[in-house]
Design a binder for this molecule. Structure first.
Ligand code: FAD
Length: 457
């Protein structure tokens, strides 16, 4: 009799540097690799459309790479508290291993499953795989989570170097009776009518092989240009964000590639790049301490902020890139077409929505959640709150980005704007939907009104 090990993959759709998979191989019993689609457990945020597209292709790639080493991917759908124990019974599993996740509902679900399966005598273990610095390990001298990034970054640098990545298994053994698996297509993760995914297909190849290739090409190529990372027309950033989001590559692999063999001009940029990578860790630490980051202001004084109800058509103009502000429109169209937007332009488009249109940041966060292929439960709300001024280590509210000056500075030759808004210099391009100066003034007045309310409370 065998007692198979179940490896339950979630945000770690990779074979290399996957400690849960390594533990299963070391246990020596047959291995069942499971992915569960759970749209039912309370508190787990349903994936947006672009993420569902990515997930489909990432799972298809994972199934192929598992097959290449003798393994098999088992797909199941339903609440995890029901489906995981069900599979345990079906295969007679003796162990269940997974890599940790950090959202509250996910942690609660994991803790519940860990104790109930352990009570039944199973070997259940969780591993550190998706963050290099787990939230409870990096704290201030007073044992509190950091609220400011730079001391957090310094504290990370004071820790021992993150561990080296582990190799992918050469060979997996599956049980004699392999469990049934859903057909991936039956999950209908891909859009059909209309199929809006053509631009995503042109821009991306989901999956572990593509993630590793992207990392390698960046390390030996555009990393040297990372100093230009604020210029959206440049190919200066890594484009690793969706691969990291779905765990097709681990931060440990990225970290150690940057510490490895690099050309001298790339080496100069590597630490600036790792600092950005650690923003991802910081945001997860913020999420860990503030589980309702996507719905609640991190700074409660912002509960009194007088956000505006948008007029009919205003939100659509922002979403569709027809605001009449070229850099904003370019960014929103890049997002809609490719599922991605350059970081500088994310800041500008978000600032325009929350400051020039005075919309609640949650409205924009939800749109990005639905349209970004890298939509991440920590990075997305943390960055929206950063832009709105309500977040941890946030941009002060009164610093309002001027999208025209931002374009002059970071898209001097207008290459980025022209790529996405070809009609920008013609009569068919709309007039700006708001006056930038007057709306900036209104934003500052709203901020003052909030401060007066919170002072008198
Ligand atoms: P690179 O510059 O090559 O950076 C490497 C990696 O570091 C990124 O892949 C990412 O994992 C991490 N990183 C870089 N900048 C940040 C940052 N500001 N915050 C956190 N991590 C960072 N990033 C997401 O991964 N998911 C999101 O949902 C997301 N939403 C955002 C919303 C807004 C309003 C803003 C302003 C930023 C958001 N970002 C988000 C952060 C950032 O824009 C992207 O991580 C970055 O543009 C991804 O491109 P890249 O991989 O080429 O970045």
């Amino acid at each position: 009799m065998t007692s198979p090990s179940i490896v339950w993959l979630r945000d770690d759709l990779r074979l290399a540097d996957n400690p849960a998979l390594v533990a299963a191989v070391e246990r020596g019993e047959p291995v069942v690799v499971l992915f569960l689609l759970d749209d039912e457990t309370d508190g787990l945020r349903p994936l947006g459309g672009a993420s569902r597209w990515w997930l489909h292709h990432s799972l298809a790639a994972l199934a192929e790479s598992l097959q290449a080493v003798g393994g098999r991917l088992t797909l199941r759908r339903g609440p995890q508290a029901r489906e995981l124990p069900r599979l345990v019974d079906e295969v007679g599993a003796g162990a269940v291993f997974w890599n940790r996740r950090y959202g509250l509902a996910a942690r609660d679900a994991d803790a519940g499953l860990k104790s109930s399966l352990r009570e039944r005598g199973l070997d259940v273990r969780s591993f550190q795989a998706n963050l290099m610095f787990e939230p409870w390990t990096i704290q201030t001298g007073q044992g509190q989570p950091f609220k400011v990034f730079t001391p957090f970054w310094r504290a990370c640098l004071d820790r021992p170097e993150p561990r080296h990545p582990e190799a992918a298994p050469d060979e997996l053994h599956v049980p004699h009776a392999t469990p049934d698996s859903d057909d991936l297509d039956s999950w209908a993760l891909l859009p059909t009518t209309p199929d809006w995914s053509a631009g995503l297909r042109d821009a991306w190849t989901p999956g572990e092989a593509s993630a590793l290739d992207t990392l390698e090409r960046f390390a030996t190529g555009h990393l040297a240009d990372y100093g230009l990372r604020d210029e959206p027309a440049q190919e200066a950033t890594s484009h690793l964000s969706p691969h990291l989001r779905f765990g097709e590559v681990s931060p440990f692999q990225v970290w150690h590639r940057m510490r490895g063999d690099l050309a001298p001009d790339a080496r100069e940029q590597a630490s600036g790049f790792l600092r950005e990578l650690v923003w991802r860790e910081f945001n997860h630490t913020v999420l860990f301490a503030n589980p309702h980051l996507a719905t609640k202001n991190y700074r409660p004084e912002f509960d009194a902020f007088p956000w505006h109800e948008l007029e009919p058509g205003e939100l659509e103009a922002w979403q569709q890139g027809t605001t009449g502000i070229p850099l904003v429109d370019a960014g929103m169209r890049e997002l809609w077409t490719t599922g991605y937007m350059h970081n500088r332009v994310r800041m500008v488009t978000a600032s325009f929505l929350v400051k020039n249109l005075l919309a609640d940041w949650r409205v924009g966060e939800q749109w990005f959640w639905d349209t970004l292929v890298d939509a991440d439960e920590a990075n997305n709300p943390a960055n929206w709150q950063w832009t709105a001024g309500s977040g941890a280590d946030a941009a002060p509210y009164f610093r309002v980005f001027n999208p025209v000056l931002q374009a002059d500075k970071f898209d001097k030759h207008r290459d980025y704007v022209r790529r996405w808004v070809p009609e920008v210099d013609t009569d068919s391009y709309p007039e700006p939907m708001v006056d930038l100066k007057a709306s900036r003034r209104a934003a500052l007045d709203a901020y003052e009104a909030m401060r007066r309310t919170t002072r008198t409370e």
